[in-house]
Design a protein around this ligand. Structure first.
Ligand SMILES: C[C@@](CO)(OP(=O)(O)O)[C@H](O)COP(=O)(O)OP(=O)(O)OC[C@H]1O[C@@H](n2ccc(N)nc2=O)[C@H](O)[C@@H]1O
Ligand SMILES: Nc1ncnc2c1ncn2[C@@H]1O[C@H](COP(=O)(O)OP(=O)(O)O)[C@@H](O)[C@H]1O
Length: 310
């Protein structure tokens, strides 16, 4: 069997079309109804045999990601190698295009990408179900980056059911200066719930459920229906930690977005547009408003982790 000299995998970012957050569990996670939608912003992970584990990154925001054993791509390579009793002797290169710490699952994408790339480089043929188990150990969002498309994530987000989705839906993303810490946003969500008197644990909060109207909108491909059904329970917490995001959301709505919401834990803001032309117009207006660092225009759904031709 000849093994490839190197493997490159392309992995999409995500937006949460619905993020329904249940109570805080004893293990520190929250039960979710997390409707993931993969969007066409991608990182690429390239793996090449090396003497030992080494990691490099390129792209405008490459300096913001750790290049040690804490990088999710490195953790993925180590986890896969350990499972097969081999050494993770590999050079991982991340070409970073997904906003860092932006609520778009960029780190998770690199974890899923490194896993698939190492599996191919090492000729392991690990079954998909086992790859998904390793993904879930790496992080709650990582399994979705592997499969892409649209999916409902239950549990802490790692238990996936693929969803019917048509498209393309047209999106604008407003990338903020600086990220938000995901655990800090969940903590702020709990704090706001406690402060409002509802309590924050699984005993106080109803089990989160996907909204039927949202699932119908995804399957229909109708952007107006999708706009009416988008929701994010972490948005009040992200706005509480970063009040200026309200200005970004307003800029998009003012420019004609069908809907404006924070992507996951933020601070990236997502705007749904009726057409590609509207998306370009919204992106220009949001950038001109001075309320974000940059804007990106793209579509959904997008495919999951994909090995690129050599
Ligand atoms: C909020 C979401 C929405 O998709 O993503 P981002 O918007 O940050 O990308 C996810 O729930 C983030 O998933 P991920 O970034 O993989 O989180 P993990 O590494 O599993 O967990 C990091 C921390 O987030 C909190 N966490 C995460 C998932 C969950 N269901 N409940 C939680 O409370 C916990 O404090 C946990 O220690
Ligand atoms: N490959 C990676 N790319 C980006 N961030 C990473 C990576 N590996 C680990 N991290 C860490 O994960 C944190 C969250 O990053 P990211 O996944 O981009 O954001 P989010 O969880 O908001 O979607 C970063 O601040 C960084 O310290």
């Amino acid at each position: 069997m000849t093994l490839p000299a190197s493997v490159t995998v392309r992995i999409p970012a995500k937006v949460n079309a619905q993020l329904a957050v249940g109570g805080l569990r004893p293990d520190g996670f929250h039960d979710l109804a997390n409707v993931f939608l993969a969007v066409g912003l991608y990182d690429e992970v390239t793996v090449t045999p090396a003497d030992d584990l080494r990691i490099t990154a390129s792209g405008p925001d490459a300096a913001e990601i750790p290049l040690d054993g804490t990088n999710l791509a490195a953790r993925a390579a180590v986890a896969l190698a350990a499972r097969h009793g081999i050494e993770p002797a590999v050079h991982l290169h991340i070409a970073k295009d997904i906003p860092v710490a932006g609520g778009m699952a960029g780190g998770s994408a690199d974890g899923a990408g490194a896993l698939l790339a190492c599996d191919a480089l090492w000729g392991l043929h690990t079954p998909q179900a086992e790859l998904l188990d390793i993904c879930a150990e790496l992080g709650s969002d990582v399994p979705f980056n592997l499969i892409g498309g649209a999916a409902l994530g239950r549990g802490r987000g790692e238990l996936l059911t693929p969803l019917d989705v048509r498209g393309p839906f047209h999106w604008v993303f407003a990338v903020a200066d600086g990220g938000l810490s995901t655990p800090a946003v969940y903590r702020e969500c709990d704090r706001l719930r406690e402060a409002s008197g509802t309590g924050a644990t699984t005993a106080d909060i109803a089990d989160p459920e996907p909204a039927p109207a949202l699932l119908e909108a995804l399957a229909s491909g109708d952007p107006a229906a999708l706009a009416a059904a988008l929701s994010n329970d972490l948005q009040p917490a992200a706005l509480s930690l970063r009040p200026a995001l309200a200005d970004t959301l307003r800029a998009g709505t003012g420019a004609g977005a069908l809907a404006a919401l924070v992507s996951g834990s933020g601070p990236t803001c997502a705007f749904l547009a009726a057409t590609p032309e509207e998306a370009e117009k919204i992106a220009e207006a949001v950038l001109a408003s001075g309320t974000c660092r940059t804007t990106r225009v793209t579509t959904s759904p997008a495919p999951g982790a994909t090995i690129l031709p050599a």
